[in-house]
Design a protein around this ligand. Structure first.
Ligand code: URA
Ligand code: SF4
Length: 205
């Protein structure tokens, strides 16, 4: 089964990887997306934040978390005392997967083949950046990095063992906060997200 692993030359740096990833066709998602949305941030960041896949706006701009979910992330990071530009922000899957709904492009969850095909890019990012802390936001990132037994609702906010980095946590996805059905639930979900990120901030101190 094809994955991006075969595209990654030994010894390549982040900028070389970004360039190669821009031509990746390791899974069918490259045909639907406008462009590869590679990670962004400091090459020696102490914190890496991992989402699911670019959204509609990210797909157009070519940068991760610059749409509505990105605004929630920015707000939560600020409340937690984390400077976003000190972090490296990326996604498990680097192309936007969507179906047309009238004129809108509706987000679709990536499947396990697409996640497996794209994961070598994330692993290469992590291996080069060597962050102190990794935060997986939402079920797709959590399960891609920690296995299918991890549940965000149950396991968020604690540090979980992993070989990839010294400290790792799963937390909610900012888009899940946006989807909360009531104002109360949205505020509660955002507060929980901020509380998780404050634990991350404490490790970064
Ligand atoms: N949701 C994600 O998971 N990643 C983005 O970059 C934007 C929205
Ligand atoms: Fe390659 Fe990932 Fe895009 Fe699939 S989603 S084509 S594996 S960059």
């Amino acid at each position: 089964e094809e994955t991006a692993a075969g595209l990654i030359p030994p010894g390549a740096g982040l900028e070389e990887l970004r360039k190669i990833a821009s031509h990746c066709t390791a899974c069918p998602l490259w045909e639907r997306g406008t462009q590869t949305v590679f990670g962004e941030g400091l090459p020696d960041a102490r914190l890496i934040l991992v989402g699911e896949q670019p959204g509609d706006i990210e797909d157009r701009k070519g940068q991760p978390f610059v749409g509505p979910a990105g605004r929630v992330l920015d707000q939560a990071l600020e409340r937690a005392g984390i400077v976003r530009s000190d972090a490296y922000v990326t996604n498990v899957v680097k192309h936007f997967k969507w179906i047309a709904l009238g004129k809108r492009r509706l987000h679709q969850k990536p499947n396990s083949r697409e996640i497996g095909a794209c994961l070598p890019w994330l692993d290469a990012e992590i291996a080069l950046i060597k962050p102190l802390v990794l935060v997986a936001m939402g079920a797709t990132a959590a399960q891609a990095l920690f296995g299918s037994k991890v549940q965000v609702k149950r396991d968020h906010g604690r540090f979980l063992p992993t070989d990839r980095v010294p400290h790792a946590m799963v937390t909610t996805h900012p888009s899940a906060i946006l989807r909360a059905p009531t104002d109360d639930e949205r505020h509660y979900a955002l507060d929980e997200f901020v509380a998780d990120l404050r634990r991350v901030a404490a490790v970064l101190k």
